[in-house]
Design a protein around this ligand. Structure first.
Ligand SMILES: Nc1ncnc2c1ncn2[C@@H]1O[C@H](COP(=O)(O)OP(=O)(O)OP(=O)(O)O)[C@@H](O)[C@H]1O
Length: 252
């Protein structure tokens, strides 16, 4: 669904993305990996159009720049690392911002807002002021907003997640990743997620791309890509492996 060909970005002479070519299929969770400063957020910003990179980025074969903006908003959404908002909107009103590109009756909108807030476990604080919420609660409200924004897509939508579990406790991290996996497997979403926890990558990603100084260093399934040598080379860490009861391997 998403194809990047030779995408580069060089602001003020500094090469932050260097000839990146990757493709993401509908129905897969695609991890973006790499050390701090490798270019992961910059790549996500290039895909979302927040920065103007050179090269080609197409969604369903059509260059992003050629998409009607409203149609694109129904098919591509980004969950940023953090979202500051000082105006005292309630959590429900923040989720409702996701209605902007949609055409829904009031009743349909209200029911979809409730559905997305339940799915992301934020219904219990729907009427609280957004600025009063914890970091993890705000992140889940933002996820409900982007899922609402994608709820009228005519093709499988593309969901971009920038460190989606960074503010979540252990249980919520797995709830959120299970939800994204379900969206991919059952609803055909393409999910691109920046993740730092390599065990989450092993457990939830179908494919992953390792970035290094703005370049693609490797693309493969997580268990093939995450060799001890690569982990040592890219993160300067020598992992140990533990075989779990279910036969899967965990890194410690
Ligand atoms: N507008 C800019 N001008 C110059 N340098 C920038 C700009 N934006 C980002 N950078 C630099 O580009 C590099 C890549 O940044 P980016 O945020 O994409 O990294 P990242 O892989 O997401 O890192 P992290 O894991 O720390 O979040 C970093 O060295 C960053 O300081």
């Amino acid at each position: 669904m998403l194809q990047l060909t030779n995408v580069s970005f060089k602001p003020q002479g500094k090469l932050l993305l260097n000839q990146v070519s990757i493709s993401v299929r509908a129905g897969e969770v695609y991890g973006l990996l790499g050390a701090n400063g490798a270019g992961k957020t910059t790549l996500l910003k290039a895909i979302s159009g927040d920065i103007k990179a050179s090269g080609s980025i197409t969604l369903y074969g059509k260059a992003l720049a050629q998409w009607n903006r409203r149609e694109l908003a129904k098919h591509l959404a980004v969950l940023p690392q953090s979202s500051q908002l000082t105006f005292p909107f309630s959590a429900r009103e923040v989720v409702a911002l996701g209605l902007t590109p949609l055409s829904l009756s009031k009743a349909q909108a209200a029911s979809l807002i409730d559905e997305k807030m339940h799915a992301t476990d934020c219904y219990s604080f729907a009427d609280r002021a957004y600025p009063s919420l914890s970091g993890g609660e705000r992140q889940r409200v933002q996820l409900a907003r982007v899922l609402l924004q994608l709820s009228q897509a005519s093709h499988s939508p593309l969901l971009l997640l920038d460190e989606p579990t960074s503010a979540q406790d252990l249980g919520q991290q797995h709830n959120l990743l299970r939800l994204t996996q379900t969206l991919a497997k059952k609803e055909g979403f393409g999910v691109v997620a920046i993740l730092h926890d390599l065990n989450q990558v092993l457990r939830y990603c179908d494919t992953c791309c390792l970035l290094d100084q703005g370049r693609v260093s490797a693309v493969d399934s997580p268990d093939k890509l995450l060799s001890d040598e690569r982990i040592q080379q890219h993160w300067q860490y020598q992992p140990q492996r533990v075989v779990l009861g279910n036969g899967q391997t965990a890194l410690i």
